[in-house]
Design a protein around this ligand. Structure first.
Ligand code: KDG
Ligand code: MG
Length: 409
């Protein structure tokens, strides 16, 4: 079975997605997610101009060989654009292989290790009463683990906080990438954040009790010592994890945080290679690996990374916001079901428009996700629906401290 064509589909059903579709000479199609939020067209071009011409005529069954050919053969390794493109090829080839075998992909990854993958949703509120409504809406929708983000007194808009509780507060209607000519600029004050967040967790634990797993995303904004302080302050509230406390490229920062707190640490959504984790795993500085299948070279690379994490007692927490397409989400779910060291899966529901373009078969019930037993990844792309939603340039926000200094967003 040879690759006959490899084409990209860029569509924007409310937000942008880049999808690679590979078709074989036997007429089997495979899909891969190549969405890099705010920089989508760079990956589209990388795939169209530099990868698709190399794929046509190759044996579609040689997944590992194609991965190595594109990774080593480019000479220029790693990086978010390259690794998202490689991820899309890898997902599409696994989709084809599993469809040809007549099996859901997780069977080819070793079969099921569990009946469902625990998912967490994003509750948020501009203040605590609004946050409580959002937590309740998530519980009613079946979530059994919840991320908590709130507004900070004195700041107008804060990462992860929905502008309203429309949709019952379940859906993450806070969509960070906005279709403006220039990125929206937000104001940030870490000291105000550090004063406020422990009071929010105190309120949530008093209202919802000790059992509910609670998560929080620091979104790269603290210095190591600030993160250590927050981790310590949150210990009484027994977090499932504190995510991205410091910017990911400063790996030694995690050592400092670790020396001061037993709050579990998660990092990796902006990483794109297993090599980014070597120090963090070997020195046991993190508890959860946050890479997206879409941004870290696909299923082949993620399986190796998560197996390596398992050797060091770390678990998976695969990135799954709405800028990961349903194809990338399905790829994550097959891994979640198959690997031994599964931790939790981030799951934000996609909009009805997105689900019109991407026909999914995965299910969510009683807090657990399942990829379904449909052969392959279990997602189909409706190209006519995709064509109704043309690409719109959109940027992630830029953060500035209150004195105007550019800060991590
Ligand atoms: O595109 C940026 C988002 O993927 C990111 O802000 C989401 O931090 C995020 C998360 O944990 O889902
Ligand atoms: Mg995050």
């Amino acid at each position: 079975m040879k690759i006959e064509s490899a084409e990209t589909v860029v569509t924007s059903p409310g937000r942008n997605f880049v999808t690679l579709r590979i078709t074989t000479t036997d007429g089997v199609t495979g899909l891969g997610d190549a969405t890099l939020n705010g920089r989508e067209l760079a990956v589209d071009s990388y795939l169209r101009d530099h990868v698709a011409p190399l794929l046509v005529g190759r044996d579609a069954g040689r997944v590992e060989d194609t991965w190595q050919y594109l990774y080593r053969g480019a000479y220029w390794r790693r990086g978010p654009v390259t690794m998202a493109a490689l991820a899309a090829v890898d997902m599409a080839l696994w989709d084809i292989k599993a469809k040809a075998a007549g099996m859901p992909l997780y069977q080819l990854l070793g079969g099921a290790s569990r009946t469902g993958a625990l998912a967490y949703g994003h509750a948020s509120g501009r203040d605590v009463p609004e946050l409580f409504d959002s937590v309740r809406a998530h519980l009613e929708a079946g979530y059994r683990a919840i991320r908590i983000q709130t507004g900070i007194p004195g700041l107008d808009s804060v990462y992860g906080v929905a502008a309203s509780t429309a949709g019952g507060g379940q859906r993450y209607d806070y969509e960070p990438a906005r279709p403006t000519a220039l990125p929206v600029e937000e104001a940030w004050d870490t000291r105000a954040y550090l004063r406020h967040v422990p009071t929010v967790f105190e309120a949530v634990r008093s209202e919802f009790g000790p059992e509910l797993p609670l998560l929080h995303d620091g979104h790269h904004r603290m210095t190591p010592i600030q993160a250590a302080k927050l981790g310590k302050a949150l210990e009484p509230y027994d977090l499932f994890w504190l995510e991205d406390a410091t910017p990911g490229e400063d790996q030694a920062a995690l050592r400092l945080i670790r020396q001061h707190t037993t709050t579990p640490l998660a990092i990796g959504e902006v990483f794109n290679s297993a090599h980014d984790y070597t120090l963090l795993l070997q020195d046991r500085l993190i508890d959860y690996v946050r890479s997206a299948v879409t941004h870290t070279g696909g299923i082949t690379a993620m399986k190796k990374l998560l197996d390596m994490a398992g050797h060091y007692g770390a678990k998976s927490g695969i990135h799954g916001p709405t800028d990961i397409s349903p194809v990338g989400m399905a790829a994550a779910l097959h891994l979640d079901i198959a690997i031994h060291n599964f931790g939790i899966q981030e799951y934000m529901r996609h909009t009805p428009e997105t689900l019109e373009v991407f026909r999914t078969s995965y299910t969510f019930a009683d807090g657990l996700l399942h990829p379904s037993d449909t052969p392959g990844l279990g997602v189909e792309l409706d190209t006519e629906a995709a064509a109704r939603f043309p690409y719109r340039a959109a940027y992630l926000p830029v953060n500035r401290l209150t004195d105007g200094t550019v800060h991590d967003w």
